[in-house]
Design a protein around this ligand. Sequence first.
Ligand SMILES: Cc1cc2nc3c(=O)[nH]c(=O)nc-3n(C[C@H](O)[C@H](O)[C@H](O)COP(=O)(O)OP(=O)(O)OC[C@H]3O[C@@H](n4cnc5c(N)ncnc54)[C@H](O)[C@@H]3O)c2cc1C
Length: 383
Amino acid sequence: MDLTFSERETAFRDELRSWLADNPPDPKPADGGEEAQLAWRLDWQRRLYEGGWAAPHWPVEYGGRGVTPTESAIYFEEIGRARAPMAANILGVLLGGPTLMVWGTQEQKDRYLSPILSGEEIWCQGFSEPDAGSDLASLKTRAVKRGDEWVVTGQKVWTSGAQYSKWCMLVARTDSDAPKHKGLTYFLMDMQQDAVQVRPLRQITGEAEFNELFIEDATIPDTNVVGDVGNGWNVALTTLMNERAGIGFASQIRLRQLLDDLIVVAAERGLMEDPLYADALAELHMRCESIRLLAWKGLTDVERYGQPGPEGSLVKWLWSDTNQRVTQLAADIVGPQALIGGTGWSYELLRARGNTIEGGTTEVLKNIVAERVLGLPRLKVAA
Ligand SMILES: Cc1cc2nc3c(=O)[nH]c(=O)nc-3n(C[C@H](O)[C@H](O)[C@H](O)COP(=O)(O)OP(=O)(O)OC[C@H]3O[C@@H](n4cnc5c(N)ncnc54)[C@H](O)[C@@H]3O)c2cc1C
């Protein structure tokens, strides 16, 4: 991939920079807890939408700008540089929308895509269950056809943002007799029904970002099946590949900023003269650069095949590992303040713990890289 920007790409970057200069994101709210954070992220999404910047990578017909993968990468870098928050409906924009564009019917695209962009309807991802995380295909939530609707019963867990979501990307078992990957169907489930109960799970950071979902006889109209009955595994893979590539790309920019902030603190404390800290920071700098280049390289897949490839797993794996290293080094550099609950650094240190689990654990990503990127033989597990 050629990383020199063309005239068009430079013009795109300058237009965005000038919009961001005129419309800077508000600073992160210091008080008000999770509600204030959500309001901040919703407001930012609305402003992006009104300015036509909510998802430039989406096709023009669905409210995007139809930009190239390179321009899309420029977009994420500039938004990151402006220290903007993650848009409130990030799962809808990066995962749900692109999945519907591949598998959805025209009616589904017309109905759902626009409110995703405006943030009017927030989306969550109902994949994981108490006994089905890495081995997603063993999930047990069942959907049974009754007339022209489906009746769903089961439990989901770790569902991020479910407490304020309107739609859930739900994978459920619709055929118990079929092989486990073949008996699944992908639905859009309305979260606003009594049959879906959301119970928050409080994390080590103190916030309840994710939830348990208890689903008892929830109904989903047949028109909300995405990509045909029994084809849920393939549709879910599209969502997961977009998750690893899209969130991976945005996250590596955030990682760079965190490291830059840490370098500033280290310099203020005179620690850059200390070879131990200087070495550790230099190593993290090199890691960040290689992750950035790998993330850019991943764009060539999108250019070639129209969809992210398995290489996105490599970026996600390296990002999560490096983010944990940066936040651990921060605890040494910043000192006790990094360990005091409620500071930015303590939040980063604690939140980074989940990075190697969410969106696919590091072990599972390593398997994907080994088998699907490097072409190594599948691991044979001893009986
Ligand atoms: C912050 C956060 C947000 C999340 N948000 C969502 C969400 O919005 N929606 C959603 O559906 N899920 C979400 N998850 C769940 C996440 O996708 C799962 O936690 C993850 O897939 C792992 O599943 P599990 O927790 O069941 O662990 P398990 O799959 O039980 O894994 C346990 C351990 O075994 C290892 N392991 C498992 N299989 C293999 C294998 N084949 N080879 C080698 N090692 C293996 C794992 O790496 C891990 O160390 C979130 C998780 C976190 C931490």
